[in-house]
Design a protein around this ligand. Sequence first.
Ligand code: GLA
Length: 380
Amino acid sequence: MASQAGELVAKFRAQFPENRNAVRVIRAPGRINLIGDHTDYNGGLVLPMAIDLACWIATAANDRNSLRIHTEDLHRDFEMPLAILSHSEPKNGWSDYVIGVAVELANARVPLRGQDLFISSTIPMGSGLSSSAAIEVGTALALLGDRKLGGVELAKLCQRAENNYRGTPCGIMDQFVVVHGRKGGAIQIDCRSLEFESATLPANVLVAGVNSMVKHELASSEYGVRRGQCEDAARRLGLASLREATPDMLVNLEGDQLKRVRHVLSENGRVRAFLQAAIANDPQEMGRQLVGSHTSLRDDYEVSCLELDFLAATALEIAGVYGARMSGGGFGGCTVNLLDRQAFPEFRQRIASAYRSRYGVEPIVFACEAAAGAGPVSAT
Ligand code: GLA
């Protein structure tokens, strides 16, 4: 990690040659969600894992009274004078994640100073691996400098940036796991109480992601629709959130509302069952819960797409695979697969070749190792 940080400092110096101030480097990981999707904004349970793909930010104070940003991946520059930050408008692009966080920090009365930021990310954008949450948390840590904010507060602030500035009504899961990820495994988050704990997976089990390369564009509009349907259903049932719903209440619902609530209820149950199976060292049962999750997201929550259905079904035909499902918001992005470690080379080759023959697209297949949450990295 030190060498990656050192490389980033060198790139920062080349990009902002007149800035001779001390450079800090922040790393903020992406995430893959093992199980528990579309439950977070319903006060439910989720089980995401921070992964070894990450957003890196090198930063130093400048004397321009502005935030000056360069993104290596998009080869873009952006500058925002601090004087106009509070009435700035979103640009509907990557800079919104950075500026949105700056606005929320200012709202939280954190005094900002001029800073240069060099951003470089290995998390593919729009692939459902939380590249945006990683930029948000990385930016918050970059702008906070030595000032400390509690982990839960930090995650909430970044979620607000996305909700208010970017205008995406996301839940708390992504920002929370980017902050609290653990090297040893996934984390189980109760999105009602925001209590969380580590969850270790059996040692011989590997988590693999398959990127369908379908950009989840529909996700932004449909996400809001699903969220609205859940809120309406909770109101109709007289509940603060669907976390309080019980199976007997389903008789009071019909149509889409019935399906959405049935998903939320059953998905919370599957997170619990998956964790129990992990503790019991029973990968077959863990896999069954993943398969149940995919079916429910496809049929009851209706957020899958043909490519994800194909990837999830094809994975199950490969030896050593325990289970597979779409992961994250849906309508594209990645599947998450649970398999025997030994089976990975064969899995990678077979799933890629099946997808290529069916859709003419090369998917990215990657093994995920659990990574720590965001923080500063020393460059020496
Ligand atoms: C997106 C959102 C999360 C969560 C997932 C679905 O990733 O950002 O808050 O709702 O979708 O589980």
